[in-house]
Structure formats: structure tokens, C-alpha cells
Ligand binder design. Structure first.
Ligand code: KG4
Ligand code: ZN
Length: 339
């Protein structure tokens, strides 16, 4: 066990790094409120439009702030520190949440904490029990990121590997789109894969034996595109087989490389976070792999896997109680790295 925290401060966190607007209030280890507004209009454009996202954040954030305070039964004067995601993400989105949290911190003369979105994901599996952060090998797997990180303690991270092209979630989203399924694509693919045959199509397991801890998902996505072109018009059965075979290929690579990374850094604990970690095939395969390797697996509850402010509040709580605070002049950084 490396760090433990005391449990009474009240933290309010705002997350607006991409297209989810979220506000959460945490008192010690008790999540008092976690509000999330997702934006669906980006589906029309085939990707997140920064201008649309930031306008929506402006629209939703004040409303979510009020409803979070209401649900938590907390007056803003009672908040001990305000936090926001400061990167990585879309500049015009990050700016909204960070400006709001800074304004609240200044207005109520309370500390401000700038939180790295990736740290929020990475710590989210620990948002149970006694908040102790144990050393672990961490897979962050979302729509924007696919990263393997050696976690030594709070704030002590070493990047082991990352995707060299698409994030895993991005591949799920793009393949779903090709197959005429909705957005976000991950849950759609997972649902259709249930009735498909994962052995039907032999898709590539890219970079499985690359000798490093990096990933690539662009080749897998292209392989599905080419296979699909030969099969059009597809039946429901073929679509389900494509989903199952694609998902199996993605999961096999994620699991094999995570276990190898854990072995390389001698980690006896594996954690997984980010939107794609909702995927049940991934969770089951990781659990089985960890069992075989004699390691423990810690996952976040599904509500904490996709973007939310509770994970930002949790990271802020750990930092705040460890004595950290940020300067309100600290700028957002769309390319913020985990260090
Ligand atoms: O963590 P998140 O909300 O946002 C980023 O930080 O990117 O992750 C969203 C991603 C989307 O690509 C979505 O398709 C994927 O997570 N996702 C899933 C599942 N649920 C969400 N991917 C596979 N299986 C799922 N069940
Ligand atoms: Zn995220």
C-alpha cells in the first residue's frame, strides 16, 4: 500500500475534455452526486465537432452544477476544493470546465486542482474500498487513448506503450459505423457479437509480437473494411460474425499485451479503465489471463469507465489530501502527458 487518504473534505470536479459534460461532488469516499450529459449530435457529422462540443458544454455545465449541488445537498460554500480536467482533450472543451472550476475556486477562496484526464481514468478502479493506490500495470483503453502504464504510486507513472495509430475505442466506433450500427460503436458491437461467431473471420492481431508494449488498431479496422467490401450486401448473421471476429481480435491483443507489460514490470496487480473496459469479453478475458498469470485484476464499475467527473473528483481527492494544489493561472493543455 502506498497512499491512504482521510475521508472528510468535499470536492467538486468538472469534466469537459471532449463531448461529455460532467460534474461530480465527493465527500471523502462518498460520491454525493455524479451528473453526466452526453452529446449525441456529433453522430450526424461522423466525429466530434469541437465548436459544437464547447457550445454544448456552455449550455449544460451550469445546469449540471446546480443539479449536482442539489442532489448532494451541498451549498457551494461548503466545497473544500474545486477541480477540473486540464488535459488532454479538445482545447475549446477543456477551457469551459477549467474556467468554471477556477472561477468557483477564486470566488469561494478555495484551492483549485488541475487534473489529468488520463490520471482520472487510471485511478478509477481504486474508487472503492479504502482508496489505497497499490503499484500496478494499468491499461487505459478508451475512444481517445490506448495506453499501458506502470503505476508506482499516486503521481508516479511510467508509460510502457501506447497505440501508434487509432485508439481501440476509435476502432470499435469506426467498425460500427461501417456496419451501419449506431454511436458509440463499442456497446453496439458487443451486443451484436453475442450472436456472432468469433472464429468466422480471421482478422489480424496487429503488433502482437512487436517486442514492445505498443498497439495498432488501424490495420484491424482496414481488414474489416476490405472483408466487408466482398460481402455487401451483408445479412444480419454476417454482420454479427464480423462484430464477433473483430471484437475477438481486438480483445486478444489488448489482453496479451497487458499481461506481458505486467510481467515486464513485475506487477502483481493489473488495472483496466476507460470506455472500452465496459466490454464484457475484454473483462472476462483479462480476468482469465490474470488468473493464469497469478495476478489480481481491478476494474472500475461501468459508470466510471466512460467519461465522467467522479473519476476526476476522486483523483483530485487523492491529490488534495496528499497536499497538492494547482495555481489558478495554470493553463489547460490539450496535449497534456501523463507524467
Ligand atoms: O472513456 P470514454 O468515454 O471516452 C474517452 O476518453 O475516449 O470512451 C468512449 C469509448 C468509445 O469509443 C466507445 O465505443 C467505447 O469507449 N466503449 C466500448 C464499450 N462501451 C464504450 N467499447 C467496447 N465495448 C463496450 N461495451
Ligand atoms: Zn476518457
Amino acid at each position: 500500500m502506498i497512499s491512504a487518504v482521510k475521508f472528510d473534505p468535499v470536492l467538486l470536479a468538472i469534466e469537459t475534455s471532449c463531448d461529455e459534460t460532467a460534474v461530480a461532488i465527493l465527500r471523502g469516499n462518498q460520491l454525493l452526486a455524479s451528473e453526466v450529459a452526453s452529446q449525441t449530435e456529433h453522430e450526424l457529422y461522423g466525429g466530434v465537432v469541437p465548436e459544437v462540443a464547447s457550445r454544448n458544454h456552455l449550455l449544460h455545465a451550469p445546469r449540471l452544477l446546480a443539479s449536482a449541488a442539489d442532489k448532494a445537498g451541498i451549498a457551494l460554500e461548503e466545497v473544500d476544493a474545486f477541480a477540473a480536467t486540464s488535459g488532454p482533450g479538445l482545447a475549446s472543451s477543456l477551457m469551459i470546465g477549467a474556467s468554471m472550476a477556477k472561477g468557483l475556486a477564486l470566488g469561494f477562496a478555495k484551492p483549485y486542482l488541475a487534473i489529468n484526464h488520463l490520471e482520472g481514468h487510471l485511478l478509477s478502479p481504486f474508487f472503492t474500498g479504502n482508496f489505497a493506490i497499490e503499484p500496478n500495470a494499468s491499461l487505459i483503453v478508451s475512444g481517445g487513448h490506448t495506453l499501458l502504464v506502470e503505476v508506482r504510486a499516486l503521481g508516479r507513472y511510467r508509460i510502457l506503450g501506447r497505440t501508434v495509430d487509432d485508439a481501440a475505442g476509435e476502432a470499435f466506433d469506426k467498425v460500427a459505423k461501417m456496419l451501419g450500427l449506431g454511436y458509440p460503436g463499442g456497446p453496439e458491437i458487443e451486443a451484436h457479437a453475442l450472436s456472432g461467431d468469433a472464429a468466422c473471420f480471421d482478422f489480424p492481431r496487429s503488433m502482437l509480437d512487436s517486442g514492445d508494449h505498443n498497439f495498432s488498431f488501424s490495420g484491424l479496422k482496414t481488414a474489416v473494411r476490405y472483408r466487408l467490401a466482398d460481402l455487401i450486401p451483408i445479412t444480419d448473421e454476417v454482420r454479427d460474425d464480423l462484430c464477433a471476429s473483430f471484437q475477438r481480435a481486438a480483445v486478444e491483443v489488448l489482453v496479451a499485451k497487458t499481461l506481458r507489460a505486467a510481467h515486464a514490470c513485475g506487477a502483481k496487480l493489473v488495472t483496466v479503465s476507460g470506455g472500452v473496459s465496459c466490454n464484457r469479453e475484454l473483462r472476462t478475458a483479462l480476468r482469465e489471463g490474470c488468473d493464469r498469470a497469478g495476478a489480481r485484476l481491478l476494474t472500475a464499475v461501468p459508470e466510471l469507465c466512460t467519461d465522467n467527473a467522479a473519476m476526476i473528483a476522486f483523483a483530485a481527492m487523492l491529490r488534495f489530501t496528499a497536499g497538492f494544489a494547482s495555481d489558478v493561472t495554470e493553463e489547460i493543455d490539450p496535449n497534456l502527458v501523463l507524467a
